[in-house]
Design a protein around this ligand. Structure first.
Ligand SMILES: Cc1cc2nc3c(=O)[nH]c(=O)nc-3n(C[C@H](O)[C@H](O)[C@H](O)COP(=O)(O)OP(=O)(O)OC[C@H]3O[C@@H](n4cnc5c(N)ncnc54)[C@H](O)[C@@H]3O)c2cc1C
Length: 288
């Protein structure tokens, strides 16, 4: 299938983009890397009248480090995360996660802002943004506002973005020295979206988990902060015991629905296996 007809415009500045989006009043969509949007248009899942190509806007590019945070422009490509010294030094979770996003060709085009705006529940970067406590900078003709990643994702492919708004940048708090990060996912083939995945930020003291923030993806309609499990593993010394309390905590945080080809219970089992794997790996690295 091919996309329905649409008009196309490439704004010359961010202010111009805001104006075009405001004038179109909900009939326009932004296009960044096009890696998700174009497939949707060709399958006629959506039919906007106007595509606003933001791919050339310098205001949406750039990486900087100030006041304990790394700010990444919305147009930062997935592949650029892997080649960025700033990201490597201050945001090791993103370095672990980025290789799982699609394939090289997709990582060369797809953008951070596009991934967060698209809000696929099985995507890696939304979960990392929530795990790291990132803040999104959103802009429109009305000015800029900031939203915590945890509040940005509202449901399946649904976010806090309002008509006429763009993600301008994402601010990630620097991961402090002594903090461990872990990431794992299970998918049918490498490069596929995850069936279940987990991003973890934790601290260990005397080989015990003293703080942990676990965020699952592919297991709910948005990145899921597993507060019960995060609390349950506190004080534990990996490898995690095979107790029913741990299984219960997982079940309390995650209740995946059955989907075609995968039962909810199987997905929950995958998430449990991932949790053990990631937390055990954290402790082994801390010990080393
Ligand atoms: C074969 C294949 C495999 C893939 N596998 C994975 C995977 O494993 N994991 C994964 O996470 N992703 C995967 N993707 C998707 C890929 O990561 C996309 O790049 C990403 O989801 C969207 O980024 P984009 O820049 O291409 O956005 P686009 O496709 O250009 O846009 C997507 C949506 O975001 C909106 N948007 C884009 N930028 C902004 C902005 N700055 N502000 C507001 N709205 C904006 C658009 O209007 C559109 O609604 C895959 C894609 C393909 C084709």
């Amino acid at each position: 299938m091919k996309a329905r007809n649409f008009r196309y415009i490439r704004p010359v500045s961010l202010a111009h983009a805001y104006q075009v989006l405001a004038d179109a009043g909900g009939e326009a969509v932004a296009i960044a890397g096009g890696q998700s949007l174009l497939a949707g248009l060709n399958m006629r899942l959506s039919a906007p009248k106007l595509l606003v190509d933001i791919g050339d806007l310098q205001e949406l590019r750039g990486q900087s480090h100030a006041n304990g945070a790394v700010r990444l422009g919305a147009l930062t490509r997935h592949g650029e995360l892997l080649s960025s010294d700033l990201v490597r030094k201050h945001l090791p979770l993103l370095i672990k996660a980025a290789p799982y996003i699609g394939h090289v060709a997709i990582r060369n085009r797809g953008t951070l802002g596009g991934s967060l705006a698209y809000a696929d529940p099985a995507a890696e970067l939304p979960a990392c943004a929530v795990a790291l406590g990132a803040t999104l900078v959103l802009g429109s003709l009305a000015g800029e506002r900031e939203v915590k990643a945890e509040d940005f994702f509202k449901g399946l492919f649904d976010t806090d973005l309002q008509t006429g708004e763009l993600i301008v940048a994402v601010k990630f708090p620097v991961t402090p020295a002594g903090t461990s990060v872990g990431f794992a996912e299970l998918s049918r083939r490498h490069g596929d979206f995850a069936l279940a995945g987990l991003a973890v930020v934790a601290t260990l003291q005397d080989e015990r988990i003293s703080e942990a923030r676990l965020v699952f993806f592919g297991c709910a309609d948005r990145p899921k902060v597993a507060t019960t499990v995060s609390g349950a593993v506190k004080g534990m010394r990996p490898p995690l015991p095979d107790t029913s309390a741990f299984e219960q905590a997982m079940r309390q945080d995650l209740a995946p629905d059955d989907t075609p080809g995968l039962r909810g219970d199987t997905r929950l089992h995958m998430a449990t296996v991932l949790t053990r794997r990631v937390l055990n790996d954290l402790s082994e690295r801390a010990a080393a």
